[in-house]
Design a protein around this ligand. Structure first.
Ligand SMILES: *Cc1c(COP(=O)(O)O)cnc(C)c1O
Length: 488
């Protein structure tokens, strides 16, 4: 049944109904609008819904309840690290002493905020085994672009102008080749082996004096640890290139190993993923970039430094690869990440990776008879199924994702990575209990059973959501964002 407040707010409108009562205007003829030139004065009432305040409150409250977030249910969206966001992070980020700051205030007046920035950068350097970090980029992809600008600047400063190509594995996240293209670099693809790791034999012939570097993700987007990194590091460095580490999957190795120790020169970290900030719907984020010793000057301007008396100041370096943001990054996210690291503490930060890996392997092993696991063995924080084990009834990955909505789960990532036709990518994260994982496993098994015994119910899912199966291409290309468009 459609309840009154499930309707669109325009459908609730009744002519003359209002949500306010104001005292009679005692200054008729003297109102502010008397100064508005005739041609600019509104002659007709605006087309707004005429409703009571209660209608408005119910309308928006019910809309908000239709939203699915990590606070409402299990959110196994692979690659996105939808972990629990501790409430104390929000408390700190919304503290008036932070929220009342203006980004253009002089350094002397914002020493505390600069200290947070500086300390977080130092913590990230220790966690990743690199020398220095900028927190200025606003997202992971923005960090990639920044990192590649640093890589290019390194070669330019050495007068090595031939290096215009960057190597990207075929398993890479789509932002890797996109960032390289935005940076003006040519993309060369390196293939994966059957085990899902970068194929060293395919890499070797690609290496020459036109290679600026290689972008790698570890563990990669298949959730597999790249075991050949020492060899890859040796080969790429020998040919004069640099190694870039996409740190979006740092969650899996946090506290266990460090990109700097593996031989990487530049990396980004997605604070909103590994260090917890609510980022459903695509933001907000922050993508700090770290560099090994010797590359610090190339970090983007402004750089936050500390003088011998412990005061913080902004430094502009002439050798910098440039400036990538107006100010010092997404400061609310920086506060959340710093709070997260401080509240976990050194010992508990080291538990994040192992627990994320344990949870992922538990779900993978529990479901691998119902879903086809193309790459066997221990995974890291996430893993990929290639659709159902039994595909005879024609139920696809899209059908499974839609059916999960009926059971109150957010869908996993689907059709990515592109290496398999029916990819279902699951990342449980370390913050879920065994009970929640067991429930999810039971539902996944149930859907697999339905796919065989009653495939139509899966193929026509979802059945319980406010809207059914949408034409996603049309919805994305020709979105109807206003009431009039919907009616028209
Ligand atoms: C999320 C992700 C990115 C992009 O990060 P954004 O913060 O969304 O821009 C890049 N690489 C990988 C492997 C990712 O998972």
């Amino acid at each position: 049944m459609i309840r009154n407040y499930d309707k669109l707010i325009f459908e609730l409108s009744k002519e003359g109904r209002v949500g306010y009562s104001l005292p009679k205007n005692e200054f008729d003829g003297y109102c502010m609008c008397s100064g508005i030139p005739a041609g600019l004065k509104r002659e007709t009432t605006p087309e707004l819904p005429e409703v009571t305040e209660f209608d408005v409150v119910r309308h928006y409250t019910n809309l908000s309840n239709k939203n699915f977030g990590v606070d409402t249910g299990f959110y196994p969206l692979g690659s996105c690290t939808m972990k629990y966001n501790p409430r104390i992070n929000e408390e700190m980020a919304s503290h008036p002493l932070f929220t009342s700051l203006h980004p253009a205030m002089p350094s002397e007046a914002v020493q505390g905020a600069l200290e947070v920035y500086y300390n977080l950068a130092e913590s990230l350097a220790e966690i990743s085994g690199l020398s220095a970090f900028t927190l200025n980029p606003y997202a992971g992809a923005h960090g990639e672009l920044t990192g590649l600008m640093i890589m290019r600047q390194y070669h330019i400063q050495r007068g090595d102008l031939k290096r215009t190509k960057v190597i990207v594995p075929d398993s890479a996240h789509g932002t890797n080749p996109a960032s390289a293209a935005v940076c003006g670099l040519e993309i060369v693809e390196v293939k994966s082996t059957a085990n899902g790791t970068v194929d060293v034999e395919d890499l070797k012939p690609l290496l020459d004096d036109t290679i600026a570097g290689i972008m790698m993700t570890n563990p990669n987007t298949l959730g597999i640890f790249e075991t050949e990194i020492p060899e890859i590091s040796r080969l790429v460095h020998e040919c004069g290139g640099l190694l870039y580490y996409d740190g979006a999957n740092l969650n899996a190795v946090l506290g266990k190993c460090r990109p700097g120790d593996m031989g990487f020169d530049i990396m980004h970290i997605n604070l909103h993923k590994t260090f917890s900030t609510p980022h459903g719907g695509g933001g907000p984020g922050d993508g700090p970039v770290g560099v090994r010793a010797g590359l610090e000057a190339y970090l983007p301007n402004p750089q936050v430094k500390k003088d011998s008396e412990g005061r913080f100041y902004l430094h502009t370096d002439d050798n910098s690869a440039g400036s990538v943001s107006n100010f010092l990054g997404n400061f609310g996210v920086i506060i959340r990440a710093y709070t997260y690291i401080l509240t976990l503490g050194r010992e508990n930060v080291k538990m994040v990776g192992p627990l994320a890996v344990l949870n992922a392997n538990y779900v993978k092993e529990s479901l691998k008879s119902e879903y086809y696991l193309p790459i066997e063995g221990v995974c890291k924080h996430e893993f990929v199924f290639d659709g159902l084990a039994d595909k005879s009834t024609g139920v696809t990955t899209l059908d499974i994702a839609k059916r999960l909505l009926d059971y109150g789960y957010h869908a996993p990532t689907i059709y990515f990575p592109l290496l398999f036709h029916q990819s279902i990518m699951i990342e449980p994260t370390e913050t879920e209990s065994k009970e929640t994982l067991d429930e999810f496993i039971a539902v996944m098994k149930k859907v697999a059973k339905e796919a065989i015994e009653n495939p139509d119910v899966v193929k026509s899912a979802p059945h319980t959501t406010p809207v059914r199966r949408l034409d996603e291409t049309t919805a994305a290309r020709f979105p109807k964002t206003t009431y009039k468009q919907m009616k028209g």
